[in-house]
Design a protein around this ligand. Structure first.
Ligand code: ADP
Ligand code: MG
Length: 418
């Protein structure tokens, strides 16, 4: 390749692409001028009708990498093919279904491609009515999707694209059966696209069984944690974690922070612990009513609430602008989720930081993460004196027993998963 040619590719803009004027105009509105690496590598193959299996770090624009070419194809073919769902995007959480549907809607705004986010936890009647009116793209979580298929309200027999976002999770235990089942409802002749930031050897093999001749694109330096993220571990004993969180939040009042904890109960407890020291925070987890879950996320996105305390329900895919830092209040039990949690900050060109609290009991989990990422994570060295000073500096008297007991009772009936 000559130098000039290389230069040409390096500066290739969306305006040079063989995509519709409507999409180009809208990408301009969105401020998308040049494709990101993954978009540059994936879009041309998808436009060519090929299957694609793409791995690229968090925050690198994977959604548009599949949305731009699929909208382009649907827009062109729209007039000629029969009515019905032509593109099915499957995702693991309701929040992600809503977000990806809205990215599709934004990119396709000047086209006539109709997009629908389909998920549980909300009324079915309205969803059935929308489907009856005809939609081209459905972004779905499996549960509600199967409900509507079995009621005859969702017909997938004209699907041309099957897309799995967070593909490794979708193909792993828990979702695997849903994916095998959905294959029965969609035509064999289709384009299949897998996108993810992480993938294990086992899942990779499984994925290639599903898409045998897929174009494989992997944009991943050895360490899957995005380069834009500075991530550090600090030794903090379990009972001291809330004081450290209090300190960090009070020292960085303007920052937008996502705090990840292991269980729903802990999410509620940490919110309560922050309230006791006058920090307003909101908890997000799978036992909260769905409308409220969306509202909580929206308040956080708008910056009306700056501290979001959540479980792994929010670790994958969620794209919220300007999250300054991620705190792993508990070390994730699944090493991949470390990468995904950290990836909620440092998105696109932004930089971010992630700090993980490691108690004596969690050292093995950290080792597993380091083995997985292939890199030692930096340690934050804190002297014994500084450690004690953080505990002393807390505004929590710690002796409000009645309140603590009330909280205990309130949270006991939540079950354990996200
Ligand atoms: P990923 O799925 O890889 O984690 P997303 O698709 O959520 O990443 O995109 C991350 C962010 O980058 C989003 O806020 C999106 O609007 C932005 N983005 C995507 N593509 C471009 C582009 N070509 N130019 C500028 N910003 C982009
Ligand atoms: Mg994504």
């Amino acid at each position: 390749m000559t130098k000039e040619r290389f230069f040409y590719f390096a500066t290739m803009k969306f305006s040079d692409y063989n995509i519709s004027d409507e999409i180009k105009a809208q990408l301009k509105v969105l401020g998308f001028n040049k494709p990101t690496d993954i978009q540059y590598k994936a879009i041309k193959h998808i436009l060519n009708g090929e299957d694609v299996m793409a791995i690229a770090q968090t925050g690198t624009g994977k959604t548009a990498a599949f949305a731009i070419p699929t909208i382009n194809i649907l827009q062109k073919k729209g007039k000629y093919v029969k009515k019905g769902v032509k593109c099915l995007v499957m995702v693991p959480t309701r929040e992600l279904a809503k977000q990806i549907a809205s990215v599709y809607r934004e990119i396709g705004k000047k086209t006539s491609v109709k997009v629908f986010g389909l998920f549980g936890g909300v009324e079915q009647e309205q969803q059935i009515a929308t489907l009856n009116n005809g939609v081209d793209v459905v972004v779905a979580t499996p549960g509600r999707m199967f409900d509507l298929i079995s009621q005859g309200a969702l017909d997938l027999s004209s699907v041309k694209f099957l897309i799995l976002d967070e593909a490794d999770l979708m193909l792993d235990l828990g979702f695997a059966k849903d994916i095998t089942d959905v294959m029965r409802f969609i035509p064999q002749k289709r384009q299949t696209l897998f996108f993810s930031a992480t993938i294990s050897k086992k899942i990779k093999k499984l994925a290639y069984d599903v898409v045998k001749n897929a174009i494989r694109i992997q944009i991943s330096p050895k360490n899957p944690v995005a380069k834009t993220i500075t991530h550090t571990i600090i030794d903090v004993e379990m009972d001291d974690k809330r004081f450290f969180l209090e300190n960090i939040i009070k020292e960085n009042e303007e920052s937008k922070v996502i705090v990840f904890v292991r269980t729903k109960v802990r999410a509620e407890r940490v919110v309560a612990a922050m309230e006791r020291v006058s920090i307003s925070a909101e908890g997000l987890h799978g036992s909260i009513d769905q409308k409220e879950r969306f509202a909580i996320l929206e308040r956080f996105a708008k910056g009306e609430n700056k501290v979001l305390i959540t479980t792994d329900v929010a670790c994958r895919g969620i794209d919220i602008p300007n999250v300054d830092s991620v705190v792993n209040y508990d070390i994730p039990e699944n090493p991949e989720n470390y990468v995904h949690r950290c990836g909620r900050t440092g998105r696109g060109k932004n930089r971010g930081q992630a700090l993980s609290f490691c108690s004596s009991d969690e050292k093995e989990l950290v080792e597993a993460i380091e083995e997985y990422t292939g890199d030692k994570i930096d340690r934050f060295d804190l002297s014994k004196g500084d450690y004690l000073e953080i505990l002393d500096g807390s505004d929590d008297g710690g002796n409000n027993w009645k309140k603590l007991i009330d909280e205990e009772n309130k949270f006991n009936d939540l079950d354990l998963e996200w």
